[in-house]
Design a protein around this ligand. Sequence first.
Ligand code: GDP
Length: 365
Amino acid sequence: MEHPENDSKYLGLTVNSGVVQPPSVNPYFRRGRRKPLPEAGELVEGILKGDVMMLSRAVTLVESTAPEHYARAQEVIEKCLPYSGNSRRIGLTGVPGAGKSTSIDVFGLHVLKTPGARLAVLAIDPSSERSKGSILGDKTRMEKLSTHPGAFIRPSPSAGSLGGVARKTRETIVLCEAAGYNNIFVETVGVGQSETAVHSMVDFFLLIQVAGTGDELQGIKRGIMEMADGIVINKADGDNIGPTQLAQAQFRSALQLFPPAPSGWKPEVLTYSGYFELGIPEVWDMIDRYFAFVRENGYFDRRRREQARFWMYETIDEQLRNHFYNDPDIAANLVRLESDVESHRRSSFTAAKNILDRYFKTLDK
Ligand code: GDP
């Protein structure tokens, strides 16, 4: 008997049989095993139809570090390439707290007001690991945008070398464009090398700043300012309006000392408030004017051609490095050489030559 209490000797007491728990809440969920990713043809077909699920799965494939996924990912990218390119690619950077998520949310909604507009928001954050919660591109950070049917938000590929993370994002741009996203935002934290990576894959680079620390230009790397096609100072609201205007003046005069940009465009400095949604159309008017300007003078196409070339070399570099460092024999010998070099038994130069000779010999076999 299932419940002894239900025996007739226990008068007045019955126990109902419980609800049978299913063996797993989600029968499709199996620990450590995922649904296999579809074949390249199926993915491409889905992407071209604008199927968001297929796009997501293709991005997962591109981001995968599993060697067996590499060829399939490349096939998907190659097949999408003819359908890509038709978008405005905009990079956004700013230090944590500058208001990137708040701003992307309102900028995104503004962009999506144009009939036919669709927007993909991607991120490059080499420090993030998805399992620990990516700090960038997280859907919860862009509340309004994340529920908009015209927006596709994808967090940064999980941690890896900057080159690797950036390549994956660039490849994801191709897939998004093939799926019909005609506006691409690529977000990055304004603290280091990742700006250069973002700059190498966008048409317009927007630097988001905040006022308030006195010397506004302090701490901003000259290189980052030089890359910016537009500088916008956020949080121009309430008591902060004065300081933002001061910062605007400082940025304007600092920019005058810079050599002219290769685009011929003079970067503009504007103030706005992402939170209170003030000055948003003005920021986008500037970006529209930029696109009209560089399409007219041919710089738009030139920059894209240069970027394509740049990424070819980046990929060659990355593949060469991977091939070298992933060789078990090389890895074992490197450990030995490291200690030789550290203890001055060998010079760095001869150690490098030794291991490279060894590597080139393995290629001859
Ligand atoms: P992120 O780290 O660059 O993505 O910055 P967040 O968008 O998360 O914003 C950081 C903080 O600044 C949050 O507390 C926001 O509410 C606040 N913030 C963002 N934009 C504005 C703005 O325009 N005005 C004011 N006063 N606060 C803002």
